[in-house]
Design a protein around this ligand. Structure first.
Ligand SMILES: [Zn+2]
Length: 387
């Protein structure tokens, strides 16, 4: 074999280097996948991570060259636990660490961003939460629904009703019944602000918008009624109040005082009495019965009012109703006959019968009979007389 020339030497050396590099690369990759396998196989448990609960341990955990979706899921769970315990600084640290990585899958990236936004919300860092949530909504990925919910919630807490309406206008929010219901409420809130400033015209526009978004929004009709009532249009106000009550009979207690004023303004006592009676019959809200009876007394029909109270309270006994009855008898100096007194006695007896006589000292459980062992907290001999 002849000695290689200079050029051959160079070629020979390059060949040796190339082979060495190939061998090392193979070895390195083999080692890396083995390490990865090992990390997957030995992914630590949440309990272990919580036990290792210090900042250094958290940083070391994330100080890995590659991170699997499975590991991301584990860290997200850990972050949620920190957050639920009120340790938002820790969950932010964990999620920010993850978020700054460039090797996460698209799905994991969105998951981490949502968790971080939730951390910021919880910690009151609303500007930062807002930025991430708007970004997630723009992405329209699998976190879109939850991001829509959280962003609306953020604006609700800040009372930024216009921001919610702006998102809706740009069709940025998910079209879910739960979200549209809240957008309609935001329109009502904003309309109410305008109404209070005396801007009736714009207020109307936003109430119409609320009803377009959610035709079942009783509150929009109640606000329409309040605007009308304020503008000296009691008939229109009554029309809107009744429309709202048809949509949601629970709204009665909120609208009762103003609705009564509107009926009285147009001298329609008969119409009001009819509304109050039918509402009492279908909902049995005792405030409505009491309002009706007081109205009868105002019209000089005290005796009839007392009769109505006695009959209705006998069917549906209540403390508040009984108090109204006694008040009426005292105020009107009414004299009850013996059968009316018998009814009063019966009503009171039935109220007392439904009262709780016993209470658990350990958990506050209320009972109508005595137990040696509390049915709620299972404590022994903890039941005593209620006062
Ligand atoms: Zn108990």
């Amino acid at each position: 074999m002849t000695l290689p020339s200079d050029i051959d030497w160079v070629m020979f050396l390059l060949l040796v280097i190339a082979i060495a590099c190939g061998w090392m690369l193979g070895r390195f990759q083999g080692g890396r996948s083995a390490a990865l396998r090992m990390r997957r196989d030995t992914l630590p448990s949440i309990d272990f991570l919580l036990a290792e609960n210090n900042d250094g341990a958290l940083d070391r955990l994330l100080d890995v060259t590659e991170i699997s979706d499975e590991a991301v899921e584990l860290y997200l769970n850990l972050g949620r636990i920190f957050r639920d315990k009120g340790q938002t600084e820790k969950s932010i640290q964990l999620h920010q660490n993850l978020f700054s990585r460039t090797d996460l899958s698209d799905k994991a990236q969105l998951d981490v961003e949502l968790e971080l936004a939730t951390d910021f919300l919880r910690a009151g860092l609303l500007d930062r939460a807002e930025r991430l949530l708007i970004d997630l909504i723009e992405e329209e990925g699998h976190t879109y629904n939850q991001a829509s919910r959280l962003l609306v919630q953020l604006y609700e807490e800040e009372q930024e009703w216009q921001s919610i309406l702006e998102l809706h206008k740009k069709s940025k929010l998910q079209d879910l019944p739960e979200i549209t219901h809240r957008v309609a409420q935001a329109a009502c809130e904003y309309a109410n602000e305008l109404f209070k400033k005396g801007d009736y015209l714009d207020s109307h526009q936003y109430l119409k918008l609320a009803l377009r978004i959610n035709p079942l929004c009783a509150r929009a009709n109640i606000l329409f009624a309040q605007v009308a009532s304020n503008q000296g249009e009691p008939k229109e106000a009554i029309r809107c109040y009744l429309k709202a009550l048809k949509q949601d009979s629970n709204a009665m207690l909120a609208v009762l005082p103003d609705m009564m004023k509107c009926f009285i303004k147009i001298d329609d006592y008969k119409g009001l009495d009819k509304q109050l009676e039918s509402h009492w019959q279908s909902n049995h809200a005792v405030e409505v019965l009491v309002a009706r009876v007081k109205l009868l007394a105002q019209q000089g029909r005290q005796q009839y009012g007392i009769e109505v109270l006695l009959t209705e309270l006998f069917q549906h006994p209540s403390n508040q109703g009984f108090f109204a009855l006694v008040e009426m008898v005292v105020n009107e100096k009414a004299v009850l006959n013996s059968s009316q007194l018998m009814s009063v006695y019966d009503i009171l007896r039935r109220i007392v019968e439904t009262e709780y006589k016993y209470v658990c000292r350990s958990c506050g459980f209320k009972a109508t009979e005595h137990y040696w062992r509390c049915p709620s907290c299972k404590d022994w001999a903890s039941i005593s007389a209620a006062h």
